[in-house]
Unconditional design. Structure first.
Length: 437
């Protein structure tokens, strides 16, 4: 009987607090002892406290994530990279199918599969040597270069290989540190070796980051003795890079200045030397007024020699180039309620305009001698393009590019081309602020 009494007492004690509290909520306001607002306040405080704890926990997680990300290798030009001593990877693997609607003789195909690019990289860092840091070394090889054949006319294929070059890039980056660290805003990187030339955008963009399989006209048009290579992709040079003026995190001015051979890459068509006694020069100034936008101006000038020349169509004498370019990825900076494109963070707009004069004897493609500002004879050329793309949330990215090239000032011989395409990202990446890997 006593056991039953104890069980009943415990049962009453377990129920009574909830009953009193539940009943108190109704009784206290009715008796005028407390208002509904005062009764609700402790519950709200408990809810806010729990919310603050959740937010603090999320902030701590973000801080921990940021700390881990800061330890990853970075390729930002303004700060030394934290690369391991050796790493390797695939820069670009592109397989192309071509279907050409043309009349061809027997033995010449109109459609084929080909390996457009198969580029592998080795890179790393060597650490500090006194006040100099070897912050990066880099080698890139393209295994499709050997014995690669390309169409040279509407009816035939060239029998001989058009390129015997395997090594495409090889350079080291030096950065001031220690007692020379004060130089960093003005010269934060010195690059020595062979790499893409910093003229405009396309020439300075890795093949693994291209949005179109084919390069624009500025990289060249025509083949063999009739070719015009307006801007070579790569060369051997000594380059200085700096950010001398900075108004804010996303508002700054950067520059590239270099002296180069001017005869394209080592080993192209068997050549491994500079074919003239003079050096060529490139300068580029790029202004970033805000995040997601830049505009830049580039210039290149030098002397071209017709003998043993690996850059097609420039003739024998002085040549020059002047270019303007821009890139706008509005979604990276314009996410404000007042912006009409606030939700279009997948939009990407880009363009280049280049003009220049080639020396006497340059491939004219039908032109007569014209007057240029580097010489009184040769060929004045102009090229450019505009392209846009938009990446949707389902990872599809349609692209469109319109381009033109006027190889001289003769009327009615301008090349034009419209390219339509689509990219699909196998890995989910945020819109316009990232490129394909």
């Amino acid at each position: 009987m006593s056991q039953l009494f104890l069980i009943g007492a415990l049962f009453v004690l377990m129920l009574s607090p909830g009953y009193v509290i539940a009943g108190g909520k109704d009784v206290l306001p009715e008796k005028g002892l407390i208002t509904d607002n005062k009764l609700q306040a402790p519950e709200d405080e408990q809810g806010v406290s729990a919310q603050e704890q959740t937010q603090e926990q999320e902030i701590e997680e973000l801080k921990a994530w940021k700390t881990q990300v800061s330890k990853l290798p970075t390729f930002d030009r303004s700060t030394p990279v934290n690369l391991p001593k050796l790493s390797f990877g695939l820069n670009s693997l592109q397989i192309r199918y071509r279907d050409s609607q043309r009349d061809t003789p027997e033995g010449v195909g109109t459609n084929d599969f080909s390996i457009q690019r198969a580029e592998f990289t080795l890179r790393g860092s060597l650490g500090n040597f006194g006040p100099i840091q070897v912050k990066k070394w880099h080698i890139l090889a393209n295994f499709t270069s050997q014995d690669l054949r390309r169409p040279t006319s509407p009816t035939g294929e060239k029998a001989d290989p058009t390129n015997t070059q395997l090594m495409r890039e090889a350079f080291i980056d030096l950065a001031p540190t220690g007692s020379l660290k004060g130089m960093a805003p003005y010269v934060h990187t010195v690059r020595i070796g062979q790499w893409r030339i910093p003229f405009g955008i396309s020439a300075d963009t890795s093949a693994g980051l291209l949005d179109f399989i084919e390069l624009p006209y500025l990289a060249g048009v025509g083949t063999g003795a009739d070719a015009v290579e307006f801007i070579q992709e790569r060369d051997q040079y000594l380059q200085f890079i700096g950010t001398p003026v900075r108004f804010g995190p996303d508002n700054y001015l950067e520059y590239n200045a270099l002296i180069m051979n001017g005869n394209s890459v080592n080993g192209k068509f068997g050549g491994a030397f500079d074919n003239n006694s003079q050096k060529d020069f490139i300068g580029r100034i790029r202004y970033h007024p805000f995040k997601g936008f830049w505009v830049s101006a580039s210039t290149m000038f030098g002397h071209s020699t017709a003998v043993n020349n690996n850059v097609f169509g420039r003739g024998d004498g002085k040549y020059d180039r002047l270019g303007l370019d821009f890139r706008w990825t509005p979604g990276t900076d314009m996410k404000t309620s007042s912006s009409p494109i606030a939700d279009h963070n997948g939009l990407w707009l880009q363009g280049e305009y280049i003009t220049g004069h080639d020396a006497p004897g340059a491939v004219s493609r039908g032109a007569t001698d014209v007057t240029g500002f580097a010489s009184t004879a040769g060929a004045q050329r102009t090229t450019g393009y505009l392209y846009a793309k938009y990446k949707f949330e389902n990872q599809w990215e349609p692209t469109i590019r319109y381009e033109w090239l006027d190889p001289n000032n003769v009327a009615n011989n301008t090349y034009t081309r419209l390219t339509l395409g689509a990219n699909y990202y196998l890995i989910n990446q945020p819109g316009a602020s990232n490129r394909k890997s």
